[in-house]
Design a protein around this ligand. Structure first.
Ligand SMILES: NC(=O)c1ccc[n+]([C@@H]2O[C@H](COP(=O)([O-])OP(=O)(O)OC[C@H]3O[C@@H](n4cnc5c(N)ncnc54)[C@H](O)[C@@H]3O)[C@@H](O)[C@H]2O)c1
Length: 262
């Protein structure tokens, strides 16, 4: 029987067929999961997300508009998704982040305005908390929540700047959520995947991104960058019953880059 057979969940963060969320959905589909999706509000975004999801071979997909900074919308869309799925959710993929790229230039961290700092934190970290809160009532048989992070949370990556601060908050949010939700009698797990650099829309906004790709290829134990599908397959493991003892963790899918000192 496929690993994810009978499991239903929400995948949030597909912008196009390069998105980490798209690769995760692709692997989830291969392993038999049923998925629901969201798009940033707007007709153009809806069209883009729908076409990327249809590329996965999912006909007539369930897609709702969602700006994740709107708590009421998060609660409403999660309830609608659960209703569509027959009253429960087994997994949630949080694969979203945002920071104004003006402040993602090498050497510009000090200048980051308060509004840009808070916006990065809100979209990229706080929304994991609001989504977990919205998912919990529907994860009656346990569940698995996954978010995407990056090594810039722990070490200085030139240009990653305020996104690094937001990713540190995201990873910490994951641990506190894991501690509360694991003991809620429902055994909900929360983990993050720290993915290597991948050429996506968001990544192109990070100053010096191509230097990151070159550096990983030169220095990582595997001597290359990762492919989106490698994160997708690890996501399947974290969202499936193969990882029932794993929670509050950051799992690295980075060709081993984070293990190298010099
Ligand atoms: N690409 C990389 O190198 C890399 C590496 C490690 C981690 N990540 C993380 O992976 C995740 C996905 O990014 P990606 O690289 O696939 O880029 P992407 O641009 O394909 O996806 C980012 C998504 O965030 C969504 N988003 C932004 N603001 C939102 C909001 N207010 N409400 C709802 N959705 C919103 C966008 O619509 C988009 O779908 C992010 O958390 C990112 O930080 C990316």
């Amino acid at each position: 029987m496929p690993l994810m057979s009978g499991k239903k969940g929400l995948v949030i963060g597909i912008a196009n067929d390069r998105s980490y969320a798209w690769h995760i959905a692709n692997s989830l589909k291969t392993h038999g999961a049923e998925m629901m999706f969201t798009n940033l509000p707007g007709e153009k975004m809806e069209r883009r997300v729908r076409s990327a999801v249809e590329e996965l071979g999912i006909a007539d997909p369930w897609i709702q508009p969602l700006d994740a900074t709107d708590d009421d919308a998060v609660a409403r869309v999660f309830a609608q998704a659960a209703e569509h799925a027959g009253g429960r959710l087994d997994f949630v993929v949080h694969s979203i982040a945002f920071a104004d790229k003006t402040w993602l230039e090498v050497g510009r961290f000090l200048e980051t305005p308060k509004a840009a700092y808070l916006q990065a934190m809100e979209v990229s970290a706080y929304t994991l908390l609001s989504m977990a809160r919205a998912a919990r009532p529907f994860m009656t048989d346990g569940g698995s929540i996954l978010a995407m992070t990056y090594y810039g949370a722990e070490k200085v990556i030139p240009g990653y700047n305020v996104m690094g601060v937001a990713k540190a908050a995201l990873e910490c949010t994951c641990r506190y959520l894991a501690a509360e939700l694991g003991r809620a009698g429902q055994g909900i797990r929360v983990n993050t995947i720290s993915g290597g650099p991948l050429k996506t829309l968001s990544a192109m906004g990070v100053g010096g991104f191509s230097t990151m790709l070159d550096h990983v290829a030169a220095k990582s134990p595997l001597g290359r960058n990762i492919e989106g599908g490698e994160v997708g397959d690890t996501a399947v493991w974290l969202l499936s019953d193969l990882s029932t003892g794993v929670t509050g963790q950051t799992i690295y899918v980075d060709a081993g880059y984070c293990t190298i000192g010099m």
